[in-house]
Design a binder for this molecule. Structure first.
Ligand code: ATP
Ligand code: MG
Length: 501
């Protein structure tokens, strides 16, 4: 057993080994295959384990107590753990292990689906239909057997993306492979072999035959890799981007004003790259790539400033982002969120706008749950300019204002009693006295929060109304002052926390 093989063996979860062993014990061949073998050899954790076998779907189903079978590719989902009569899972990702018969694919007349799927008895047939050499390795961790007819292990070592067989043929069969090749190059930080790359260029137009949903899923995967900037650059260089996101390409060569080092295209890419460096979630990354999508059409030259302006690019950009995402059939909530971020991305760059009440209005517009993401987007945007980082003080100032705006002021509403209730329990008429009682009660609760119960406050209100108006008034004023002080204190605390004045 080679070194690679013994390393792999130790990291394959026992549930997966069990499925392989069950198949083998019945006399079938069974291998791990595809992305998991690739990731195991590279040394990263596979997110799922796929098994391929010479058993038919019926034979697989007969072997295991619980399975799912509801597709046309012959894939059987084997439930290995985490249910009645089954052991506890060692890892959630192996609860269901997919087992697929060796497949042989026939002709593809539509550039996306095989015309017919046939089961095979030969593992090499199954590896032959796979897209890239690095994805076409079969490995059995029980026996240590490895089947690698296209030298995938060597390509992994050399960090090379290469099609299994002729790129022209393989991309014609399924044009999504064009994007998969580039996405995996970004995901793994591999280079695309020159011959494969040439073939991608030649066949780029076939991407028009692919459903927008499949294209979208690949874009999402690309954006979520560690190197989205690299992926988009390759997409542009090989002529694929024009079939996917032509709007992004318009930024090429669009010079910006003095605040920027890069053209609009490179700025968008650097912004999303920073979002990836920070491991931000999908909606922040999509907002980053689209945030300046409408700078090309809003650019004007201002004589007074003797520089370019981009007025309204946020508003137009929000609309364009929506159109792009609708075309790519993104889910509605994602479209709403990302187009909203693009719409508001300028807020924290316009220092004149920033007053506490403006921040409050912004929070009303974007929602409390999104405001910190908007600041993260702002930081990515700033890094993407290639100019020095945001002055830390200013950034902390923004953060402190958001925190202040998010605070509910301390107010009479927090009391477990109100004016109406006081009149009920004291039989007192409406008038200034009721207000004094409220504030006096508030003062007590500020001193001693445990007193904030209906029971105590009702009883205390009855005692308080018996005092003279003057006495009550002074107690009430004390309460009012206490409230103001508490609110000021709270703001001071926030400012201290963010180290701003
Ligand atoms: P990841 O799961 O990391 O996104 P992957 O390579 O595992 O990458 P999957 O979509 O899970 O991608 O596919 C599993 C395997 O199926 C691949 O490794 C490859 O062997 C094969 N495969 C997937 N899509 C295609 C395709 N369009 N054409 C040919 N083979 C494919
Ligand atoms: Mg996979």
């Amino acid at each position: 057993m080679s070194q690679i093989q013994s390393i792999i063996k130790t990291v394959v979860p026992k549930e997966v080994i069990m499925v392989l062993a069950m198949l083998q014990d019945e006399g079938f061949e069974a291998f791990l295959v595809g992305g998991c073998v690739r990731d195991l050899i590279i040394g990263t954790k596979p997110h799922d384990f796929d098994i391929t076998t010479n058993a038919t779907p019926e034979e697989i189903i007969a072997l295991f107590p619980k399975t799912f079978y509801e597709n046309s590719f012959g894939t059987v989902g084997v439930v290995t753990c985490g249910e009645e009569n089954l052991p506890v899972c060692s890892d959630e990702s192996v609860k269901i292990v997919e087992v697929t018969p060796y497949r042989l694919e026939t002709t593809y007349s539509d550039n996306r689906h095989p015309d017919q799927v046939i089961w095979s008895k030969d593992i090499t047939d199954d590896l032959k239909r796979r897209d890239l050499t690095i994805n076409a390795i079969a490995y059995n961790p029980v026996t240590g057997e490895m089947v690698d007819p296209f030298n995938g292990v060597e390509d992994i070592k050399d960090k090379i993306i290469r099609t299994v067989g002729s790129g022209d043929v393989r991309f014609n069969e399924d044009a999504l492979r064009l994007m998969r090749a580039i996405r995996l190059a970004s995901q793994l930080d591999f280079d695309i072999h020159a011959v494969t790359r040439e073939s991608i260029e030649k066949n780029a137009h076939l991407l028009n035959n692919i459903s927008r949903e499949r294209v979208r899923d690949e874009i999402v995967k690309l954006v979520m890799t560690d190197f989205p900037m690299r992926g988009f650059m390759i997409m542009e260089q090989v002529g694929l981007l024009q079939y996917v996101l032509p709007e992004l390409e318009r930024g090429i060569g669009i010079e910006q004003n003095q605040a920027h080092k890069y053209d609009v295209w490179e700025h968008n890419l650097r912004t999303v790259q920073h979002a990836a460096d920070k491991k931000w979630p999908l909606h922040v990354r999509l907002s980053a790539i689209f945030h300046d999508i409408s700078k090309p059409e809003t650019r004007r030259f201002s004589k007074e400033k003797s520089d370019y302006t981009f007025y309204g690019h946020d508003v137009v950009g929000g609309r364009v982002t929506r159109e792009i995402m609708e075309r790519l059939k993104f889910p509605k909530e994602m479209i709403e969120k990302v187009s909203m971020f693009v719409r508001w991305h300028m807020f924290f760059s316009d220092t004149e706008q920033i007053t506490l009440s403006a921040v409050r209005r912004l929070i009303t517009n974007v929602g409390k749950e999104n405001i910190w993401d908007l600041i993260d987007l702002r930081i990515c945007d700033r890094i993407g300019t290639g100019r020095p980082k945001e002055e830390p003080y200013r950034l902390r100032m923004y953060e402190s204002m958001v925190e202040q705006a998010l605070q509910d002021p301390i107010s009479l509403k927090m009391l477990k009693i109100d004016g109406k209730r006081i009149m009920e329990v004291t039989k007192e008429q409406a008038g200034p006295k009721i207000g004094y009682v409220l504030h006096a009660l508030f003062d007590e609760v500020l001193e001693e929060p445990s007193k904030n119960t209906e029971e105590y406050l009702d009883k205390r209100a009855i005692e308080l109304v018996k005092l003279s108006v003057d006495e009550l008034k002074s107690l009430g004023e004390q309460g009012k002052k206490g409230m103001e002080e508490k609110n000021i204190e709270k703001i001071q605390e926030i400012k201290k926390q963010f180290k701003v004045k």
